[in-house]
Design a protein around this ligand. Structure first.
Ligand code: C2E
Ligand code: MG
Ligand code: MG
Ligand code: MG
Length: 280
């Protein structure tokens, strides 16, 4: 076959595919081991509330330290876990670790803490999701109002009916709902209004070129005023500069997350010194 292709371009291509398939198989089996062992852990990244600097709020972010390859980015292993179905197990482990974190926090602090946990598309379709969540959260005796679930906007828009059912059930159980990476998923306003959403997180691609980019400025200020009129909290993701911080404050965005304030860091460090996260 390769010869029929003229040169050996096809052979080369098929070598690459073979290599990719082997790597993928290897990673899938490594991830299975990680799910049974200790290579997976959480970092947390705080969210700053401009109105109330004592409102402690963090996002839990999954991390995988592979024994040979080192730290693998979540964009890579979450996508793999989605494709293989391992995300269901991973999701339960993330929620469990987030509950352990809250228990440790409670032992050390009197102020409350809210923890945001990301949910992926496959989890949304898992018929055991609600019962798994209820089981894990009640086991640790954590108040559901301390927990936010973040779901990416495009996932919600691809599954409006099932999202509506899921969100209503989660709200009934006392959890809060955030739409993640907002602005990239072409939401229609009528859907937004129908869904029981507490928080919109503006995608960092709209923040990155502020304050200079006029188009992004228009989009961001429109999202902020829309969220306000719908009584939804709004968070800007990916705030990296003083200029972005100043501008977002002027636009009335009260919650900010990003490297300018704090990078994701370890649970232990956050419990010991939450305030030191606000500066490097
Ligand atoms: P996300 O939920 O939108 O999380 C925000 C991502 O932006 C995180 O990347 C965070 O480290 C990064 N970030 C925060 N501030 C800044 C900033 O100022 N500048 C820049 N350039 N980046 C910033 P991370 O930790 O690599 O996670 C990537 C994505 O992986 C997450 O995006 C989320 O979609 C997914 N993910 C992570 N943990 C989990 C998990 O436990 N479950 C699921 N389903 N997805 C997860
Ligand atoms: Mg998120
Ligand atoms: Mg996301
Ligand atoms: Mg996001």
């Amino acid at each position: 076959e390769a010869k029929a292709n003229g040169k050996d371009g096809f052979e080369h291509y098929s070598d690459n595919v073979g290599h990719m398939l082997r790597r993928r198989l290897q990673m899938t089996s490594d991830l299975s081991k990680a799910l049974k062992g200790k290579e997976l852990f959480l970092d947390v990244q705080p969210k700053l509330n401009l109105r109330d600097s004592r409102a402690f709020s963090v996002e839990a972010l999954a991390r995988w330290r592979h024994s040979k390859l080192g730290l693998i980015p979540p964009d890579e292993f979450i996508a793999l876990a989605e494709e293989t179905g391992q995300i269901l197990d991973l999701g339960r482990q993330v929620l469990t670790k987030a509950m352990e974190f809250i228990v440790d926090w409670r032992a050390a602090h009197t102020s409350s803490l809210s923890v945001a946990v990301n949910l992926s598309a496959k989890q949304l379709h898992d018929k055991n999701l609600l019962s798994d969540i209820a089981l894990i959260v009640s086991h640790y005796e954590v108040d559901p109002s301390w927990i936010e679930f973040e779901i990416t906007e495009s996932v919600v828009m691809d599954n409006v009916e099932s999202s509506l059912r899921l969100f209503n059930a989660l709200k009934k159980m006392g959890f809060r709902i955030a739409i993640d990476d907002f602005g990239t998923g072409y939401s229609s306003l009528s859907y937004l209004n129908k869904l029981p959403i507490d928080i919109l997180k503006i995608d960092r691609s709209f923040i990155a070129q502020l304050p200079d980019n006029q188009d992004d400025l228009a989009i961001v200020s429109a999202i902020i005023s829309m969220a306000k009129s719908l009584n939804i909290e709004v968070v800007a993701e990916g705030v990296e500069t003083e200029g972005q911080y100043q501008l977002l404050g002027e636009l009335g965005c009260e919650q900010l997350q990003g490297y300018y304030f704090a990078k994701p860091g370890s649970l232990q460090d956050y419990i010991q010194k939450p305030w030191s996260f606000w500066q490097d």
